[in-house]
Write a protein that binds this ligand. Sequence first.
Ligand code: GFP
Length: 845
Amino acid sequence: MVTITKNINSNTSSNKNTLDSAMLKVRIEHHLSHTLGDIIINNVIDKQCTETKKAYWHATSLALNEVITEKLNQSQLRQSQSACKSVNYLSLEYLMGRLLSNNLHNLDLYTITEKVLKSLGFELADLCEQGADLALGNGGLGRLAACFLDSLATLDYNAMGYGIHYQHGLFKQHFADGHQVETPDMWREFGSPWEICRPESTQLIPLYGHIEEVPQADGSTETKWTAGKTLKGVPYDIPIVGYNSSTVNALRLWQCRADSAFDWDKFNNGDYLMALEQQVHAEIVSKVLYPNDEHAAGQELRFIQQYFFCACSVRDIIKRYQAQYGALTPAQSEHFSSKVAIQLNDTHPTIAILELMRLLLDEFQFQWQDAWQLARKVFAYTNHTLLPEALEKWPVKLFERVLPRHLTILYRINEAFLNEEVNAMWPNNDNMRRALSIIDEGGEGNERKVRMAHLCVIASHKVNGVAQVHSDLVKSDLFPEFNQLWPKKLTNVTNGITPRRWLKACNPLLSALLDSEINADWAKELTQLSLLSNKADNADFQQQFMQIKHQNKVALTKEIKALTGITVSPDAIFDVQIKRLHEYKRQHLNLLHIIALYRRLLADPAMEMYPQVFIFGAKAAPGYKLAKDIIFAINKVADKINNDTRIHDKLKVVFLPNYRVSLAEKIIPAADVSEQISTAGKEASGTGNMKLALNGAVTIGTLDGANIEIAEEVGNDNIFICGLTVDEVKALDQNGYNPTDYYHNNEEIKACLDWLDSDYFTPGHAGALSPIKESLLAGGDPYKVLADFQSYSDAQNKLNVAYQDKKRWARMAILNTALMGKFNSDRSIEDYIANIWQLTPVSAN
Ligand code: GFP
């Protein structure tokens, strides 16, 4: 580890904070009056009113920021002085959640701040609720990026996250008569205390226009691009605070503006709207996350978003390199790649490859080979999905219009790859050329498209999947030829989660118990939790552990009541499925089983069953109709079941609206059961499975993604495995899967699906839930819901019986917490460092 002390005041750069309570109180009050301009006359304020709480939340965040910014500056200085290599993480998504509580925990200032605020008449936990979630992401991929940034800072690595400063994050969700309704998320309507605008790092980004071949003196030609438009990228840095470390890194988010604020002449002539036209067009680029790309305009917007953030980021990376090491020349190639790693989080940032090539060729006068070699050393790519529809392809025509110069570079990369590397391995093999080409030639009414994943694999020195089974499938099924070509390129890094947010901060009761039991900083050394295994059968410990679970369930019960009006008992089993709504994740398998349980209870009200509450949280992509139909169906079935007195509250169903990081933080500590029931081979890894198990929930799941590795860690006695394996799913597909066989052969499946056709759950609207049945029968049930139903239902029965044996369940829950050490995102990061990035940590200590 490199230790730098020169020029740095060691008091402020270490991981020990010098802030005491008196100083903190002064700073909070100072920000309240001087930054926010609040006048508190004779201490007469209503401390219960939301505006007051918001003001104190804001002032506390600003006070904390003074410590954070100082650490950020010290970290950057240290990193620069040590000349260490940095990783630049490019991601279109970051699901950061709220920052106050997490930052306080990471700085070890939570307890002090809690005391100070108490003396001012506030509960810190209550104030933390005032912050908006930074929901700049959609699902697992974005949350993974956030966990990775936390770990990189915790482990003292030099890292910069790059993304888009969306004006509106992922939509807010509420339900109207059971239907999902989306509204804009205004996370920074009145600004955010966490961001620092960096005007000095603004970038100008060209796009559109035309290219021409310009003859050179030596007889050759050079491609010249004259852009038709310029966008301005203004960066906002969000500090990323390491846990118990000396490092604060930054997440740099680009906001898009027009090159000039407005057209002065048009404005003067009274043409006000037209005067602002350019600005409006530019602002649209960073307006929302995931514009609906079902129409051409939305598709172009998303493409430009990708290019915009890649272009800003690559230019910034070069600028930072030059500021530290001087000019970037071909002679510096080796040096550059020894100082800079760029990780592509999925294919969304693929254009960064082309932009780096373009800059090196057109602006830094690199020869092709030098530029290409440099790019191949710098880039690495993480694949998060095998689903063909999620592997991005952009129309060649769109490329040609928006980025004509980049397309010529792409063609040259492809040509060299096919003629040299593919041809060397498979001489004159047109089939192989077609299969591996970056261009999908289309044909029969299909347009030509650019396969972004192929470009990523060709240009990267490493490509990783995110759990062992997924990485194996990437090699065997997704990119088998690439794997043949470069056997060492494809690798695995199993995902992880930060135990700071997902246990220490979100589950204070369990954290306190762990603190008293484990004589180590378990939030850093998560494998130390395995020491709890010895206590898994200890009656006192079981009692304490389950008492905490119960208290967390009581808290969630209140939240459920407040959000939905539904009363649930904390004594029931809390069975949780929280994740993006997608057919492959199979929320509808869960629903089908709930309907079956309901039916069994109606047929036999005395049926032996421990009360169970099924809790859902999920957003459906606005354009994904079946996902929305599934939400509607769950809500309608819930209405019926929750109000049916015949079943004596043995079964309840709750769909919590507006699922997001801060809501997950409340649900996860209270979960008894974690639903991880994706079709085997479809969920790349999953990370909710890790968070829930870490908090003592027992998994019911398929042998898919990281579930397999969780089962390996906790042992088969402490997990409920069900459903087809990857190979069985493949065999079923090969032999011809026919869901109607299951419908006709399983009386319960038939009855439940037919029930959906009636108006039982939607009085007066027969058929309102039929789309679910249709997707499972006429639609061919692509995700094998019916094939897995019986196995899942049997596992649920076993689980229900197991829960009634309190000792057995407590043991299982404890062992799940104890054996999650592997899934610390710090371990994932160390794997990336060792296999892909090769960084050295730099700390003040
Ligand atoms: C994707 C995959 C998950 C995986 C995450 C992070 O999540 O299996 O755990 O990426 O690697 F599907 P989504 O963004 O699709 O939710």
